[in-house]
Design a protein around this ligand. Structure first.
Ligand code: ADP
Ligand code: MG
Length: 370
């Protein structure tokens, strides 16, 4: 491949006229670079512009402003069939009257590929998605997961440079969905094709992606590997959207390197935390601490960032116990893993129990409010 990026969006805007006659920017100055061979996800809630972005890469829509590049080439108004990409939709869009074999072969037949070559490639594609032996079935005779695999095989058989997937697992039940997530990921690694995957499901994005673009209201808020998005969100929005978090309002007292000291008025206390983006002394910020990263103890273990709280409620959920505390008038949630198997009630928290709540500075994030 010529370019080091499989796909690039530069300052892409897509405006639509709403039925009411207004204008909306479904995609609002989006810039992103998707590397060759990458599993890249666009993640955001419904209406944030994921599908529109994908459709502009596929060529079903053209940008109002900006440009889409595929393998370094500006795409302009090129139609979908001239782009080296293929799309898998949520509604598999299989031909119901055709067999699996015919569904997968269809695109190649349209291109008048030689018969023997079609046979070979369809066989390969079906093997990739573990459907060898199902050639003669019709979509109705397959489970939802198998139908999804046919849709995948049909896209892969054309050997696109980039596969675009728009919430392809949306119609499956949770268990099958989780299985297919892992399968899709290993399939992608096997075939080495760049995948651009759209989902509103944060866990799905974290599980599968090499990198994630978090979107909101047509804009990209942050792009990075799963671990970076979860552990080092650069805004309150991203910390809130991905996983769970406790938030406290504060004002930055000082910044030194990647650490900041923040005044938290609700506690009349200073907290030390990590800075993940530009914040300066005097800034209003949100202090964010994930519930699984808070330590509870009967005795105070550290001096910094530790306060006393009272257990308000605790819920045993098997692998974990969810503990809700009142810490100087603020509600704080803490997830603790149940690492010891015991029926002894003293091993679990009681309502009204006093505990020390420790927010290690390395687990405390100081984020711009947005
Ligand atoms: N063809 C269209 N005409 C008018 N508005 C549209 C059209 N397509 C999408 N939109 C609007 O653009 C925004 C983004 O839509 P979409 O890209 O489908 O979001 P997502 O896939 O993230 O749910 C939404 O507000 C949607 O209503
Ligand atoms: Mg969509």
């Amino acid at each position: 491949m010529g370019s080091k990026y499989a796909v690039e969006l530069r300052n892409v805007v897509k405006q639509f006229i709403t039925p009411e006659g207004g204008e909306i920017a479904a995609v609002d100055h989006v810039t992103m670079q998707i590397r060759n061979g990458e599993f890249f996800s666009m993640l955001g809630s419904s209406g944030c512009g994921k599908t529109t972005s994908l459709r502009m890469i596929a060529g079903f829509e053209w940008p109002t402003e900006g440009e889409v590049y595929i393998d370094g080439e500006p795409q302009g108004h090129k139609p979908p069939f001239l782009r080296p990409v293929n799309t898998v939709f949520q509604s598999y869009a299989l031909f119901q009257h055709m067999t699996v074999q015919e569904n997968v072969a269809f695109g190649l037949e349209m291109e008048r590929v030689e018969k023997a070559e079609i046979e070979r490639r369809v066989g390969e594609a079906l093997e990739m998605v573990k459907l060898s032996g199902m050639q003669r079935r019709r979509p109705k005779q397959l489970s939802g997961g198998q139908q999804q695999r046919v849709a995948l095989a049909r896209a892969l058989v054309k050997r696109p440079k980039v596969l675009l997937l728009d919430e392809p697992l949306g119609a499956l039940d949770l268990k099958l969905r989780k299985e297919m997530q892992l399968e899709l990921k290993s399939l992608q690694q096997e075939v080495g094709i760049t995948f651009i995957y759209v989902t509103h499901d944060q866990e799905e994005a974290l599980t599968m992606s090499d990198r994630i673009a978090v979107m909101s209201h047509g804009k990209v808020l942050q792009i990075g590997p799963s671990v970076e998005i979860y552990e080092r969100p650069t805004s309150r929005f991203v910390a809130d959207f991905i996983g769970e978090s406790n938030f406290l309002d504060g004002r930055v007292k000082s910044v030194k390197g990647d650490q900041a000291i923040v005044n938290v008025p609700a506690w009349g206390e200073e907290l030390t935390g990590i800075v993940t983006s530009k914040v300066r002394a005097g800034d209003e910020v949100a202090v964010s601490i994930r519930p699984e990263k808070i330590r509870l103890a009967e005795k105070q273990g550290i001096k910094e960032n530790s306060l006393q709280g009272v257990v308000v409620n605790s819920t045993y959920i098997g692998s974990d116990t969810h503990v809700y505390l009142d810490v100087r008038g603020q509600r704080i949630k803490v997830w603790e893993q149940n690492r010891i198997s015991t029926l002894d009630p003293r091993a679990y928290y009681r309502n009204g129990q006093k505990v020390w709540v420790m927010l290690l500075p390395e687990n405390t994030l100081v984020l711009p409010k947005d």
